[in-house]
Design a protein around this ligand. Structure first.
Ligand code: LFR
Length: 490
């Protein structure tokens, strides 16, 4: 039997994973061979990524996959939006900023004043997030690094460049930058010109499923593999790969890709660029096989994980995620709900400005009962997430004219049983939770097809995922007034 065996690199803001993936005639299997911690570093007052460290761990992981069997391909996906700059010699220039860095504070407002929100949306179809690549580049205008830059490479493309020497921009990730013209499928050169962004640094676009290139000879030698092993452009935006890994059976589904962020939306054939979609501030990112990911970016479990980090730094030794969430489940429901996507929750928790206090501050400001204990804060966060999911699942369906039967929750958050049940209750729809590693599965499947596996379309890939993974169903239960809770926030 023909077996395709690949390395899938899936990089998240808090951890990176390298999986060996195996595709047989009817199954896809993944095995995590390497996991490492990731996190932005504060240096000279800025929040930066340790890209060389990430690359080193990526190589270690690929080496482990190669060390345990044949290797037919390598694919990399990561969080979106962030990039590195290289000069004409291919040397890395300047710093690789985290999108949570404060350099973009106030920039979006200036760009909107200059270009107009309607035109920005008509061109790019992208949600107004303060850290979009567009705003990062406007913030970097006039910097020495940008002036010396030859090529901008989004993170997975930067790692792919180091592996192969080939520069390009994979389309699913390029579409998140707000520099991509969703109508023409090209870079939004005119928009860049008007904003003084050097558009010539934007590299040629490539489709997911295309081959980036063979490994550079020295890389292949270091890894102990043949130089012919291709790096394959997968849906290099982690959310694009995660949506491939959604085990949907029909097209009447919404998804929540739940990790650091929660991405809540639908898979569509084409973008929705209506005035209603703009006012609701929904994004139209590209998916694999020409699909549109029509979704809302919600702050997600970040708020909970940063709260936990803050408590543990303050020596609440007893606060641990699982027991905290279990205790929160017993706490008074819907006591406090806040807008979990408030931009004030974006920056990492610090001693001077801790995350739990920020959540309490939002409650106070909104006239909600102020949560104080870790359990009360945790309950407020999960309730607020569920309320946001209700809001955006329903809004997405309305804006796209769709009827839904089910909400699929994939990613790390699909393991949070309390949140999954609340999501079913809030959305008044069944939740199908899992797989946890949807992004890695999507990465493996798109590589598999590029390497010859018989996977004609997304439906075939999803059937593979269904056959091969553990999924759990949550039925909605009645009893709480989610509509009233929604109207307290929105
Ligand atoms: C999820 C994600 C989101 C993007 C955010 C920042 O990991 O890729 O889709 O909005 O990270 O890049």
């Amino acid at each position: 039997e023909a077996v395709t065996r690949v390395a899938a690199v899936d990089l998240g803001a808090t951890s990176g994973r390298v999986m060996s993936g195996r595709i047989t005639r009817d199954r896809v299997e993944i095995n995590e061979l390497h996991r490492f911690r990731n996190g932005a570093v504060r240096a000279r007052g800025s929040l930066l990524w340790d890209v060389l460290g990430i690359y080193r761990e990526t190589l270690t992981g690929i080496g482990k996959v190669a060390g345990t069997g044949p290797l037919h391909g390598i694919g990399i996906d990561s969080w979106a939006i962030d990039y590195g700059l290289v000069d004409r010699d291919g040397e890395l220039l300047g710093s690789t900023y985290s999108h949570r860095d404060a350099r973009t504070d106030g920039v979006a407002e200036k760009v909107v004043a200059e270009i107009g929100a309607a035109e920005l949306y008509a061109t790019t179809g992208i949600q107004q997030l303060p850290f979009n690549t567009l705003y990062q580049l406007v913030a970097a205008r006039g910097s020495a690094a940008l002036e010396a830059a030859d090529t901008l490479l989004l993170l997975p493309d930067l790692l792919g460049f180091w592996l192969t020497g080939a520069a390009g921009a994979e389309r699913t990730n390029a579409s998140t930058t707000q520099l991509y013209d969703v109508r023409t499928g090209e870079w939004a050169v005119d928009l860049c010109r008007r904003l003084g962004i050097p558009w010539s640094i934007l590299p040629p676009l490539r489709d997911p499923g295309s081959v980036v290139g063979p490994l550079l000879p020295d890389v292949a030698r270091d890894l102990g593999v043949g130089a012919e092993v291709p790096v394959v452009a997968v849906g290099s935006h982690d959310t694009a790969s995660a949506v491939v890994g959604v085990p949907a059976e029909t097209d009447r589904f919404a998804y929540i890709s739940s990790g650091t962020w929660s991405l809540v939306g639908l898979e569509l054939d084409r973008p929705v660029l209506t005035e209603e979609a703009r006012l609701a501030d929904f994004t139209n990112e590209l998916g694999v096989d020409g699909t549109t990911r029509f979704l809302k970016n919600v702050m997600g479990l970040w708020v909970l994980s940063e709260s936990l980090r803050s408590w543990s730094e303050r020596r609440y030794q007893d606060v641990e995620l699982r027991s905290l969430v279990a205790a929160a489940a017993e706490f008074e429901p819907l006591r406090t709900v806040v807008d979990i996507s408030d931009p004030r929750l974006l920056a990492p928790s610090t001693a001077a400005d801790p995350m739990p206090e920020r959540v309490a501050g939002l409650a106070a400001e909104a006239g909600e009962p102020v949560p104080v204990s870790p359990v009360a804060i945790a309950r407020c966060i999960v309730d607020s997430l569920a309320v946001a999911y209700r809001r955006y699942v329903r809004t997405a369906a309305e804006l796209a004219g769709r009827t839904l039967d089910v909400v699929h929750v994939v990613g790390g958050g699909s393991q949070n049983e309390v949140l999954c049940q609340l999501t079913a209750d809030a959305c008044e729809l069944p939740v199908v939770a899992g797989p946890v590693e949807a992004a890695a599965l999507g990465n493996v499947l798109v590589q598999g097809r590029a390497l010859g596996a018989d996977l004609p379309d997304l439906a075939a890939m999803r059937a593979m995922v269904r056959r091969s993974s553990t999924i759990r169903r949550y039925e909605p239960t009645a009893g709480l007034d989610w509509a009233a809770a929604e109207s307290r926030v929105f």
